[in-house]
Design a binder for this molecule. Structure first.
Ligand SMILES: N[C@@H](CCC(=O)N[C@@H](CS)C(=O)NCC(=O)O)C(=O)O
Length: 224
């Protein structure tokens, strides 16, 4: 039996949970409560020595990294969301790498997490404010590329069919809910999110994220 270790508010866990729910995959889920440090304790440090969620067990085989887990599940269950055509698959891989590297680094780790999580606080106020300002400025550039290049000409990020790149990217972008981002000025991003949030499982998979975001809604965050 496949098992996913995850946390429901985690940006990296949500796309995997969304794929499992949408495609009704036979994968059990186990919550690792990263909000109370469960990923630093006991059994889980052996599951993922990087002390992060998600992680996947498939019998004797264990793997981490959300992008790789999405590709593994889509391949194992032969899903059309990870096309077999070489160039279509190349495009999906490209967009997932793009989201996972510069986009997530600047938007998630530069702009969002330092504002929301105490353990991302920088050592001085100047360093902290500078990190967020840098992350915000760089994120604006990446949102421009997403809006005009990746989804400017298409319904989805890797073409006109939904792929695992949309699962992955939409969950990273919607982490912006934590600081109240509405993505004004990026109409194609808004259109694409409108499509993704209509998925039958979107609301249930993202319920904990939106609950967490709503608990933060009165804070004076930097947002896009
Ligand atoms: N590159 C990893 C990143 C995983 C990751 O950042 N997980 C976060 C939750 S979204 C985590 O476990 N954080 C624990 C912590 O910050 O202590 C992946 O894509 O799976």
């Amino acid at each position: 039996m496949l098992k996913l270790y995850m946390h429901p508010a985690s940006t990296a866990s949500r796309p995997v949970r969304l794929l499992i729910a949408e495609k009704k995959l036979d994968v059990a889920e186990q919550v690792v409560d990263i909000m109370v440090g469960e990923h630093y304790q006991g059994e889980y440090t052996g599951v993922n020595p990087s002390r992060q969620v998600p992680a996947l067990d498939d019998g004797d085989f264990r793997m981490t990294e959300s992008s790789a887990i999405l590709k593994y599940l889509a391949s194992k269950f032969d899903l059309p969301e990870y096309p077999k055509n070489l160039q279509q698959r190349g495009r999906v891989d490209e967009v997932m790498d793009w989201f996972n590297t510069q986009f997530y680094r600047d938007f998630g780790y530069g702009m969002l997490y330092p504002q929301v999580f105490p353990h991302h606080k920088r050592p001085t106020d100047e360093h902290h404010t500078g990190t967020i300002a840098w992350g915000k400025e760089k994120s604006k550039g990446w949102f421009g590329v997403l809006d005009t290049h990746y989804i400017g000409q298409h319904a989805y990020v890797a073409g006109d069919q939904i792929t695992i790149a949309d699962y992955f990217g939409s969950c990273i972008v919607t982490a912006g809910a934590l600081v109240g981002c509405t993505f004004e000025g990026f109409p194609n991003v808004q259109r694409w999110l409108g499509t993704m949030t209509q998925l039958a499982s979107w609301a249930s998979v993202n319920e904990v994220l939106y609950g967490f975001a709503s608990s933060l809604k009165d804070k004076p965050f930097e947002r896009l």
